[in-house]
Design a protein around this ligand. Structure first.
Ligand code: URA
Length: 244
């Protein structure tokens, strides 16, 4: 059986963004850290990192944040960017501010454009992130696209052909699937994550994407009850749906 990992309390809390080790020592001295309801004063003590730790360890009367290895499902609203390099609101602003200081850090699993909404995952699990975005795993992403002009009827075959070459690229796109909803609305499923891929695919057919919303990632769908800007953690069963 795998050995339960353990960590010094100050190191653990500081890696979760609660503050420096010194600040954690001070907080513990002031009675601000409890384990199973009793004050935990010695932050140099090692503690086993078990799944029930967030319900046992309280910081200033609140349950500990999720421990490393979390996957966040966010309904990305329009107008927020996934890249730290861009100015303006970031999807990270929707999470608790101390999560910005976590180590390992939280990253988006791939990116959605600022003007794309819908299903976005964030995680601090680098291995899982690479498994999801690696083209090797063919995780299918489905988007609802609203178009400026009516579909001309040739798009489905072109996208499925595996021969569509986007401008400035030297490798054709992998086959993608199109489901027409109305003459200006379609579901498009792709397994790659090239830059502005869906917008450029429709641009290659002489059309223009006016709105783009990601609905599914593998077998995981954006739940109807998750409002734009809202997020929640995924459990292991939901994470495994991504690869179905
Ligand atoms: N394709 C795009 O063009 N934009 C996205 O945000 C995602 C896929």
């Amino acid at each position: 059986m795998a050995k339960t990992p353990a960590s010094r309390v100050d190191k653990l809390l500081s890696s979760m963004g609660y503050g420096s080790r010194k600040e954690m020592a001070r907080l513990a001295q002031a009675g601000g850290i409890t384990l199973d309801g009793a004050p935990l004063v010695d932050v140099s003590a090692r503690i086993p990192i078990t799944p029930d730790l967030p319900s046992r360890l309280q910081i200033e009367g609140r349950a500990l944040d999720p421990i490393a290895g979390m996957v966040i499902l966010l309904n990305k609203p329009l107008g927020m960017s996934c890249s730290h390099k861009e100015i303006g609101p970031l999807v990270y602003d929707l999470l608790p501010p101390r999560w910005r200081r976590r180590d390992p850090g939280i990253s988006t699993v791939g990116r959605l454009d600022k003007q794309t909404s819908g299903l976005l995952l964030l995680t601090d699990d680098g291995k899982l992130l690479h498994r999801i975005i690696s083209p090797k795993h063919h995780v299918q992403k489905t988007y609802r696209a609203t178009l400026a002009r009516p579909l001309n009827g040739t798009e489905g075959a072109l996208f499925a052909s595996g021969q569509l070459m986007l401008e400035g690229e030297d490798k054709p796109l992998a086959p993608a699937h199109l489901d027409i909803i109305t003459e200006t609305e379609a579901l498009i499923s792709v397994t790659e994550g090239r830059y502005h891929q869906v917008r450029r695919m429709f641009a290659a057919t002489g059309n223009h994407v006016e709105a783009l919303h990601r609905q599914t990632l593998g077998g995981l769908a954006l739940p109807d009850d998750l409002a734009p800007g809202a997020w929640r953690l995924l459990d292991d069963t939901e994470i495994s749906l991504i690869f179905q």
